[in-house]
Design a protein around this ligand. Sequence first.
Ligand code: SAH
Length: 456
Amino acid sequence: MSIQETPVTKNDIVEVEFKDLSHDGAGVAKVEGYTLFVPYGIPGETARVKVVKTKKGYGFGKIIDVLEESEERNTPPCPIFYKCGGCQTQHITYDSQLKFKQKQVKDVMERIGKIDVPIHEVLGMEDPWRYRNKAQVPVGEEGGKIVAGFYQQRSHKIIDMDQCLIQEQENDRVLEVVKGIAEKYGIRAYDERSHRGTLRHVVAKYGKQTKDVMVVLVTKQKDLPNRKNIIRDITKQVPGVKSIVQNINPKRTNVIFGDETRVLWGNDYIYDTIGDIKFAISARSFYQVNPDQTKVLYDQALHYAGLTGEETVIDAYCGIGTISLFLAQKAKKVYGVEIVPEAIEDAKRNAELNGISNAEFEVGEAETIIPMWKKQGIEPDVFVVDPPRKGCDESLLETILEMKPKKVVYVSCNPATLARDLRILEDGGYETKEVQPVDMFPHTTHVECVTWLVRK
Ligand code: SAH
């Protein structure tokens, strides 16, 4: 097919009306049946748009001016919103963001899962700002100055950030302090092209309930000149700091963490609490980034699990055991499995910390460990899964079908893989009863869902 066959070509200016939002938050318009994706367009609006790129089946545009503005349009409070790739939807009112997320889940359930099931209204936040307890940002240099912030959209240019409105203020403070220290002691930022320099990423973690702060410096090499001074400055300038950790990543990769972590000062973990349970969190283990909404999410999972105290529960992809320990309070026995060894160490420590003795944890792939449990005669009544974005391994879904738990509670951060996996569970004898989306990530296009399935 030649380029001429698309109704528009690069640099054309067209007037369009936005009909929908794409999964990454762009406005979707049609020109003679041809789809144009236009960042920051809102359904219902008309705009003059410049075509910036065309492909066979669809193209991309850029708004020149909005002719008719939607009531759902919002002035983004963050001054770097249109540059930074961290948020995508600050230009849309919060209520409309929630409606969009609900529709997105509904569309995907129908299109990919072929599932007709009630999708509840998204449970949103009362105050959807300053919610993130973890900042994980690359460090670079621009004009001889240290910069740190998120990457620009679809690029590896770092947008320097003084403050981030979705981040806890304590984490902003850590970034500011570390940037200052790097300047003061002449620590060079790592450059991914030349593979030179030292400081790759700064990671800040904050326990909202405990006010503990962890600072992680990810460096290319182990040697850290001025180590003592750096520690002194951080402990003086960051209130609440309980842990300063160095992670060493010598590889040419865009994976953030390397294999080696060492404590520079304090503990190798910080604490936080969710509900009645206290958690120790270390540098590399996964912990939900929005603690207020995590409580909402776990309460929903607990509700769907419907525990009476007699049940055996499996929690696959358990991280530091957060859901497992939440459920253990109401179950006879919980088995958790997780692939990151440090997370399982945290999970065991967390069980002990809370005096919970009916939870067992094992490190490994869920798809490998759980079939072994099956051979040992473990029979779950309730099966909880909370996989990463790529969803469950197909063999794990088969294991679930063979183990025949009465209920499955599927926690998912990616509606597309959720819908795909639900189809497999439905075909294997389960019925999807309800999907409850929870807004864990306001102002971004991400949406978390808890799904309740029962055996037919
Ligand atoms: N349930 C936890 C963590 C969910 S995130 C919580 O709510 O905090 C998903 C987790 O799955 C991560 O901790 C990741 O390390 C883990 N993981 C990824 N692939 C895995 C696999 N194949 N088997 C077991 N765990 C896996």
